[in-house]
Ligand binder design. Structure first.
Ligand code: ZN
Ligand code: ZN
Length: 137
């Protein structure tokens, strides 16, 4: 993963950049990610908050319940509805892997919330799996 990478939403109203290596990358199979993304899971690139910057536009945010954090602050484009961010805290900022300008950079290290995974969700058997959160997450 390069130390600088960029991405944005489908319509281009929201653009962002990150200037550090991700802290961690993983796939979240929880129901909120299923509903929010429209797919079986969300690929998450979790980066240091201080290295993340929105360079164009203003996302809207919607909080979902989170056992680990009280709520999960999720960001999306108010124009086109693309899901962009999640798990936003003072320290870290989650970016959806599919919003990267080069999504081939994404290298998931494990799967979480596999207890919510759908039968039609085909996971990489080589990745460690956690029914809920990964240890330390
Ligand atoms: Zn948009
Ligand atoms: Zn999730």
């Amino acid at each position: 993963m390069p130390t600088k990478f960029t991405g944005g939403c489908t319509c281009g109203a929201i653009r962002y950049e990150c200037t550090a290596e991700p802290i961690v990358m993983f796939n979240c199979h929880c129901r909120d990610c299923q509903r929010g993304s429209g797919g079986p899971y969300t690929g998450v690139v979790y980066v240091p908050a201080k290295a993340f910057k929105i360079t164009k536009g203003t996302p809207r945010y919607y909080n979902t319940q989170s056992e680990a954090m009280g709520h999960n602050k999720r960001g999306f484009c108010p124009e086109c509805g693309s899901r962009l961010f999640g798990g936003i805290t003072g320290e870290g900022h989650g970016i959806t892997a599919s919003s990267l300008d080069d999504p081939t950079l994404f290298r998931p290290q494990f799967d979480i919330f596999t207890s919510d995974a759908q039968p039609w969700d085909h996971m990489d058997p080589k990745l460690p799996k956690f029914e809920r959160y990964a240890p330390q997450n």
